[in-house]
Design a protein around this ligand. Structure first.
Ligand code: HMG
Ligand code: MG
Length: 296
């Protein structure tokens, strides 16, 4: 068994987290991101330049990105589904942008109002414009295990669309188990298929914890050499276009696992847990992270 010696955490709380909670004030979001910046995280997804009619929770992303205190070693990224979103992200000073599509037509249509191939065509000018300004582009691929509309996703379909995202110009593809139904054997099959077509260094994993399998799935991915993990402080979030899907795996749970396995993350668990309690107080809920609850 060969585990990576270091893992990079991509913090989703302020985007994937808050896009699915009731609307939080702009000031609270800024404070939340500033607190996250002091925990050792090196990549914080800070907003989403999507249509405010589709996701009103992210309507103030420009003000948020413009107002957060930028730590020099932290990359602040945002989702950009089209050129309109990219222009706003550039104006707001996003360090990195992300495009997103799905392995399945059903989710793609519900989430972005277009077919899978139309979504990829839409991304070509987005990546061209971002690259011309030296802004790195990450790709998200949803429904890598199951689609809430189309059912199970064949592993070779994941490899096929992941390759297309690389061809468009993404430096990394984040493989999303959007509705959290994955289990380690299915994750192993899916990752093996993707590893046949792209280097493991360009793969990130993005597990939602709806069925409580995210940590087991991450352990599976670590054993296959994956070293970039998306997670959300306090386990916040979900996707508005995947009914019933819960938040991302909690950052606290990933940090505890990595610490216990001797994998470096550079992130302070106790500080992250405190940020989780603070944002949850704002949201009038408790963290879903077992580790956070145990630390209390
Ligand atoms: P559309 O309605 O087909 O777009 O939406 P349109 O081009 O016809 O434009 C319609 C209106 O939207 C126009 O305004 C545009 O100006 C406006 P109107 O003339 O009606 O007043 N518009 C925008 N406004 C602001 N920013 C923009 C923008 N684009 C258009 N960028 C669109 C197409 C893609 C925009 C829409 O479907 C959308 O915003 N979808 C985003 C849905 C979303 O954010 N989902 C959650 C994020 S993905 C996720 O969570 C999964 C992930 O975590 C991985 C995983 O877990 O699997 C990444
Ligand atoms: Mg997600």
């Amino acid at each position: 068994m060969k585990l990576p010696s270091r893992v990079k955490i991509v913090e989703m709380g302020a985007r994937d987290g808050l896009q699915n909670e009731h609307v939080v004030s702009t000031q609270s979001k800024i404070q939340f991101i500033n607190q996250l910046s002091n925990t050792g995280l090196s990549h914080i997804e800070a907003g989403s330049f999507v249509s405010p009619k589709w996701v009103p929770q992210m309507a103030d992303s420009k003000e948020v990105l413009e107002s957060v205190i930028r730590r020099p070693n932290v990359r602040y990224s945002a989702l950009t589904p089209n050129l309109q979103g990219l222009e706003q992200a550039i104006e707001a000073g996003a360090d990195e942008v992300a495009i997103f599509t799905s392995c399945s037509e059903g989710f793609c249509q519900k989430n972005t109002n277009c077919t899978l191939m139309e979504s990829l065509e839409r991304f070509i000018p987005v990546v061209e414009h971002a690259s011309a300004r030296d802004i790195p582009v990450r790709g998200y691929l949803s429904c890598v295990i199951d689609c809430p509309y189309d059912g199970p996703t064949p592993p070779d379909k994941v490899a096929e669309i992941a390759t297309l995202l690389l061809d468009v110009g993404c430096y990394e593809v984040s493989l999303g188990d959007t509705i959290g139904t994955g289990t380690p054997v299915r994750v192993q099959q899916m990752l093996s298929s993707v590893q046949q077509v792209m280097p493991t260094q360009q793969i990130a994993v993005h597990f939602h914890d709806t069925w409580g399998q995210a940590i087991a799935n991450i352990y599976q991915a670590l054993q296959m050499g994956v070293s970039v993990i998306d997670s959300s402080v306090a386990g916040l979030g979900g996707c508005p276009y995947a009914q019933g899907a819960s938040g991302n795996v909690a950052t606290e749970d990933v940090l505890y696992l990595c610490n216990q396995l001797g994998i470096e993350t550079g992130v302070n668990l106790e500080k992250v847990a405190q940020v989780g309690w603070d944002i949850c107080a704002e949201l009038n809920k408790s963290p879903t992270s077992k580790v956070s609850l145990a630390l209390r």
